[in-house]
Design a protein around this ligand. Structure first.
Ligand SMILES: *[C@@H]1O[C@H](CO)[C@@H](O)[C@H](O)[C@H]1NC(C)=O
Ligand SMILES: *[C@@H]1O[C@H](CO)[C@@H](O)[C@H](O)[C@H]1NC(C)=O
Length: 367
């Protein structure tokens, strides 16, 4: 082979590798995706049938790449979606297998959504915390077990962490409070135990904290109220005890507070009654004392559920000056006295007041 030929070969090798760099995903990323696929089994829809050919950025179902670098940026596999593939099969998705640690060999991943496949088991790969660009981790609706990775706090760009409706156990890792970009935390319906991290309030960007239906114990840290963007706090159906921090009623944008189905005791803080909260469920706890008599025009409740507690005394007169109370449930307490009249009450039925000590007046029997 002459010098000229060698030159041509070298040039064409360079051109070939450049054309890979321009057009296709790196072979290492293609290999990682194929290893990820090999650990999963999707029998009904054939979503992985498109995962063929050398360019994993081109027409691979659920995969998208960065336009410039051609590195895999998103894995978006939803078992319940509007995609034609589901309509054609007349069913929602079902998939078994586990999430392979091969996923961690996609260092530019920014979002991982593997949601509502109902049958995926195994653990969250520990190495996932080494993906520095990860913003979204959404694994809702599978059968994933094990614990949240202890060093999850390393994912400092993470804005969404959703592992709801799985079988995750163990405690909330203390490092989680290092997720200073986290806006949406959804751990609902798992088997998470232990207490809330004491410095939960370090999650300064948090707007939704949904931890319902776990086995979380201990008390509600008062400092949660320092999370000033928090709009939705759902701690219902856990094993929380202690009293409700008064500061929760002073939060600027807290609109939904669900603490129902715990072992919470003490009085209802007066601050909760004329706050920004429009959706308040304190049902099925061990609350005592009187309903605070401080309702005013700021009191606007779509839901006010105080049922199944040990509240006593009368229904406060001031409740008539609330702007609106859509659904009121005061049943199953020890309340006594005349039910106030006024516009918030006109539409309520007897069941809202049933099973108390001695309430009377419309809609119950006359006093
Ligand atoms: C949180 O991050 C800081 C600084 O990066 C680090 O020193 C600390 O160990 C982390 N905390 C936890 C609990 O991981
Ligand atoms: C409040 O919580 C209780 C107990 O978890 C639940 O049964 C009830 O439906 C909730 N109330 C409303 C209005 O959603």
């Amino acid at each position: 082979m002459g010098v000229g030929n060698v030159y041509i070969v070298v040039v064409s090798v360079i051109v070939a590798s450049l054309s890979w760099a321009v057009d296709a995903c790196p072979p290492s990323e293609r290999a990682a995706l194929l290893a990820f696929k090999a650990a999963l089994h999707e029998p009904y829809l054939g979503i992985f049938n498109s995962w063929t050919g050398t360019d994993c950025c081109k027409n691979w179902y659920g995969i998208s790449c960065d336009q410039e670098t051609h590195r895999v940026a998103d894995i978006n596999l939803r078992g319940e979606s509007e995609d034609p593939i589901f309509e054609k099969a007349h069913r929602t998705g079902y998939m078994t297998g586990y999430i392979s640690p091969a996923i961690c060999k996609l260092p530019r991943l920014s979002s991982v959504t593997i949601a509502d496949w109902k049958g995926i088991t195994g653990e969250i790969p520990k190495c996932i915390t080494s993906l520095p660009f990860l913003r979204i981790l959404d694994l809702i609706g599978n059968r994933i077990s094990g614990e949240l990775p202890a060093d999850i706090g390393r994912l400092h760009r993470l804005t969404v962490l959703n592992v709801a409706d799985n079988l995750i156990s163990g405690r909330i890792p203390t490092s989680l409070t290092n997720l200073s970009s986290l806006m949406h935390l959804d751990l609902r319906n798992n088997r998470i135990s232990g207490s809330l991290p004491r410095d939960f309030h370090r999650l300064v960007m948090l707007s939704r904290a949904l931890l319902s239906r776990n086995q979380i114990s201990g008390t509600i840290p008062a400092a949660i109220s320092r999370i000033y963007r928090l709009a939705d706090l759902d701690l219902s159906l856990n094993r929380l005890s202690g009293s409700i921090p008064e500061s929760l009623g002073k939060m600027a944008v807290l609109a939904t507070l669900n603490l129902d189905g715990n072992f919470i005791s003490g009085n209802i803080p007066a601050t909760l009654v004329n706050s920004a909260i429009g959706n308040l469920n304190l049902s099925r706890n061990a609350l005592t004392g009187r309903i605070p008599d401080v309702f005013d025009t700021r009191s606007y409740f779509t839901v006010l559920d105080l049922s199944y507690n040990r509240l006593s005394g009368p229904i406060p007169k001031s409740i008539s000056s609330a702007s609106y109370i859509g659904h009121l449930d005061l049943s199953h307490n020890h309340l006594c006295g005349r039910i106030p009249s006024g516009s918030p009450f006109d539409h309520l039925e007897a069941s809202s007041f049933a099973y108390n000590a001695c309430l009377c007046g419309k809609p119950l029997k006359a006093c």
